[in-house]
Design a binder for this molecule. Structure first.
Ligand code: 26Q
Length: 832
């Protein structure tokens, strides 16, 4: 640490202020990095220089705690959990890190003292967008909770060079751009070349005799690349624990195909070398057109083998450890099936490298892994075609068959002669193109399988995996998702956080059930006024963002109606759109109509190859452009589709929301987590009985939520009897008019393609697979109830307060406690 002569420098206004010791120390550290890392002094530094210097100074403090944490875990030879996820949707780290480290005030002081502003500096940070949506954000929330609860954990993932695409709208159409988040450097991460791992791919299998005279398999003629780790420290809130997130980047080996090179194939050798760097280049968007891509399989294997070897290395770095206690000390959580190859890879290592017999190896494997399922939709379950699997991982494919033989014997014992049972549980899909079923592999290879909400887990057991539930009693458990209150209240909503702390003290960020204490002021007009004044101020802030990003002027006194999530048919953004068009029509047909002024806020990315999702975006934008500028509407209806939805934008929208749209077809949304963030910030939910909405209703009470639409049972019954969207179209005059209006060229006059007509067609000729039309009237009626509630300011305030007060259950700390108790059997480890 350099000696800076005076930690007390002059603020720009010329006044001198005495800094706290902590502020002085961090200021000295920031100025050091500004000079020796960025090559700047405070005069010449740009905001970006300040941000990197500040982040580096903060990182130093995390490294110190990280070393202590690692020491405590190693010395205790403690049981650890490894969270394997292809996605981490982290967003920005600066504010959360300084809050978790307890440095928020000191940093603000230190920067102000040199004429800088912390909020302006932290705005320089690029979002780390290494995920698609809910699943990736869940992984990020869980890391925060694992550290906060002092649980020994390592997150593993891929160091994508490009995260999820950046979205822009051109004439209302989504345009994708690469997300070059690393371009100005990534100051949080630490490179760890000493833990580089080799990764073998392709090649073929051959049988040879080993030293014991056994005929065994060898995987030969493989190509080798390298996995290069980057560590991101993850600090807990108000505790010393700093766990790490280790992300693997691929590199070519130096001697990559020297043979080709020496034979004069220079260009070919360089091309092959480039392949090595391609593997971690880009995050795949969750896109049905992208299924079955070889590079995606290679990514999965790459990350899985690097992580497993790292886990094994760490286990054996303690001489008292061996394979006998591997499953006692190490537990691996699979975030969906994306890392499920780990099951086969560990089996391969035990059989081929450690020379174990199958039964012992399989026994170890099946005591290490646990699997989280995030979807019931059959088309979203991962499958890999056998020829592709064979080409990339020939040895692993044989092992899949071997495990399948084992499974078939188990089935024969349980259901003698029942071939249908065997067909459905098999790891291999037969008939047509053969494929490996990754979900089945995950269930068979894990000691626990969990769904992510009560309803989801019930359907998982009853509909998706009934045979497995029979075969493995007790394997299926529920862990309802959660969100970290540090990011999703404390950091993103400082005004509400301050109000809450003033009333109930500062214990709530680590014990969210304490919010219940707010209930006693739900009817108190003074508290209601303060609560709603904060909501209004947050809406003023969001209005400025809407003006800047969409060019739309909105009033903070309108009801802010928010739907923010990936664009997908099952999430039914088009149901929301149909209601907006219906409202617009009522207004223009009856100009005196007394409606509650509303701002409809959307934010969503569509997968690049998902044409209907893109058509829905275009349709919302087209209706927005029209409605926002219709003088007859007189500002009572505004629609803002904010581009480039991402974590840092969510953090601005959520505190300003009055109404949270959670309107998926019942049975389709596994959980949802945006619903929890919005309720926590005092938005009321309008929603179906789907995913975690069911549990949100249980917590907040029937009077404080707007439930509509068909239940799962009703959806199933309707499907069984034959659903006819036409009949709804014919019987509901308004719905018919809205669909026909949308399907005309009215909103897209003069444009070459009519995408709203495509949306209409999907709902009629397309059969309306997500039953939008069946739920339209019930949704529209529920929206009338929302209006009535909003008109009564006292009633609304009470409902909003009770939402905040009653959603403590959805803290990710509770989820992690559930995982630790029910699945991981993991204990807290105090770090000095
Ligand atoms: C698959 C194959 C190829 C490329 C990408 C993918 C892929 C990537 C991401 C498939 C799925 C995902 C993400 C799924 C996801 O986010 N699911 C959501 O998980 C949340 C956390 O549990 C739930 O709250 C949501 O209900 C669920 O939709």
């Amino acid at each position: 640490m350099p000696a800076f002569p005076s930690p007390k420098s002059k603020a720009q206004n010329g006044t001198r202020k005495t800094l706290s010791a902590e502020a002085a120390a961090i200021q000295s550290s920031i100025l050091h990095y500004l000079k020796y890392k960025m090559g700047r002094d405070s005069e010449s530094a740009t905001p970006r220089d300040w941000w990197i210097a500040t982040a580096t100074a903060v990182r130093d403090r995390m490294i110190e705690r990280g070393l202590e944490t690692y020491k405590a875990h190693r010395q205790g030879n403690v049981r650890r959990v490894y969270y394997l996820s292809l996605e981490y949707l982290i967003g920005r780290l600066m504010l959360n890190n300084v809050i978790n480290l307890g440095l928020h005030e000191a940093i603000g002081e230190a920067l102000e003292d040199v004429g800088q502003n912390f909020d302006r500096i932290r705005a320089q940070e690029e979002d780390m967008g290494l995920g698609n949506g809910g699943l990736g954000r869940l992984a990020a929330c869980y890391l925060d909770s694992l550290s906060t609860m002092d649980l020994p954990a390592v997150g593993y993932g891929i160091h994508y060079e490009f995260g999820l695409f950046r979205q822009e709208f051109v004439n209302g159409h989504q345009i994708e751009h690469p997300d070059n988040w690393l371009i100005y450097g990534a100051p949080w991460e630490l490179v760890r070349p000493e833990f580089t791992q080799p990764v073998r791919l392709f090649g073929r299998c051959e049988q040879v005799f080993d030293d014991q005279g056994n005929f065994t398999w060898r995987w030969v003629d493989t190509k080798t690349i390298l996995g290069f780790p980057y560590d991101i420290p993850v600090a807990g809130y108000g505790t010393t624990t700093v766990n790490i997130l280790r992300l693997w980047a691929s590199k070519a080996t130096e001697d990559f195909d020297l043979k080709v090179f020496n034979e004069g194939g220079y260009i070919e050798a360089v091309r092959e070398k480039a392949y090595g760097e391609t593997i971690s280049k880009v995050l795949y968007p969750n896109d049905k057109t992208e299924t079955g891509r070889e590079l995606r399989l290679v990514q999965q294997y790459f990350f899985v083998t690097c992580s497993l070897r790292d886990i094994i290395r760490r286990h054996f770095s303690n001489p008292v450890n061996g394979w006998d206690n591997f499953a006692d000390k190490q537990c691996i959580q699979l975030n969906d099936t994306h890392p499920a190859l780990a099951i086969v890879e560990l089996l391969r290592i035990l059989l081929d490298e450690e020379g174990m017999v199958f039964d012992r190896a399989w026994d170890i494997v099946t005591h290490v892994f646990a699997y989280t399922n995030h979807t019931l939709m059959p088309e979203a379950l991962e499958k890999w075609s056998i020829p592709l699997f064979q080409r990339v991982l020939p040895r692993h494919l044989r092992l899949v068959f071997q495990v399948n033989d084992h499974l078939m014997r188990l089935c024969e014992e349980k259901w003698p002669g029942d071939h249908e049972k065997k067909r459905v549980v098999s790891l291999i899909e037969e008939g047509g193109a053969k494929a490996v079923r990754m979900a089945n592999l995950s269930v068979v290879g894990s000691f626990a399988v969990n769904g992510v909400a009560e309803l989801h887990t019930r359907l998982l057991r009853a509909h998706l995996f009934p045979e497995f539930d029979d075969l493995y009693p007790g394997k299926f458990v529920n862990v309802t998702n959660g969100i970290t209150p540090r990011r999703w209240l404390r950091a993103c909503n400082p005004r509400l956080s301050a109000l809450i702390t003033a009333r109930i003290g500062d214990g709530w960020p680590r014990d969210l059930d304490q919010l219940k204490k707010l209930e006693k002021w739900a009817d108190d007009p003074g508290f209601q006024d303060e609560f709603m004044a904060i909501k209004r101020q947050n809406k003023v802030d969001l209005s400025a963002i809407i003006k800047r990003e969409c060019g739309v002027e909105v009033s903070p006194d309108a009801l802010f109606d928010v739907q923010i999530k990936r664009l997908h048919e099952y999430k039914r953004q088009h149901l929301n759109l149909l209601h907006i068009v219906a409202l617009y029509r009522r207004l223009v047909q009856n100009p005196q109509l007394d409606v509650v002024p509303r701002v409809f806020v959307f934010a969503a990315k569509a997968a690049p190859g998902y044409d209907l999702a893109k058509a829905i975006i275009k349709s919302i934008n087209a209706v927005a452009a029209h409605v926002n500028n219709d003088p007859r509407v007189n500002g009572r209806l505004k629609i803002a589709f904010l581009p480039n939805y991402r974590v840092s934008l969510a953090a601005r929208i959520i505190p300003a929301a009055d109404l949270s749209e959670q309107i998926s077809t019942a049975g389709k949304e596994a959980s949802g987590t945006g619903n929890m963030k919005l309720a926590l910030n005092g938005a009321l939910t309008i929603g179906t009985l789907d995913g975690a909405n069911v549990e949100i209703r249980e917590e907040v009470g029937d009077d404080n939520i707007f439930i509509f639409g068909q239940t799962v049972e009703e959806v199933e019954a309707l499907r069984a009897e034959g659903y006819s969207p036409r009949s709804h179209y014919e019987q509901d005059e308004e719905l018919r008019a809205v669909l026909d209006w949308l399907g005309s060229d009215y909103f897209v006059k003069g444009e070459p393609t009519n995408l709203p007509a495509m949306v209409r067609a999907s709902l009629l000729e397309g059969g309306d697979p997500f039953m939008v039309l069946a739920d339209f009237r019930s949704y529209s009626d529920a929206q009338l109830k929302v209006d009535a509630a909003y008109r009564d300011k006292r009633r609304w305030a009470k409902m909003a307060i009770l939402n905040t007060a009653r959603v403590g259950k959805f803290s990710s700390d509770r989820s992690i406690r559930d995982y630790a108790d029910k699945i991981w059997k993991l204990r807290r480890v105090a770090v000095d």
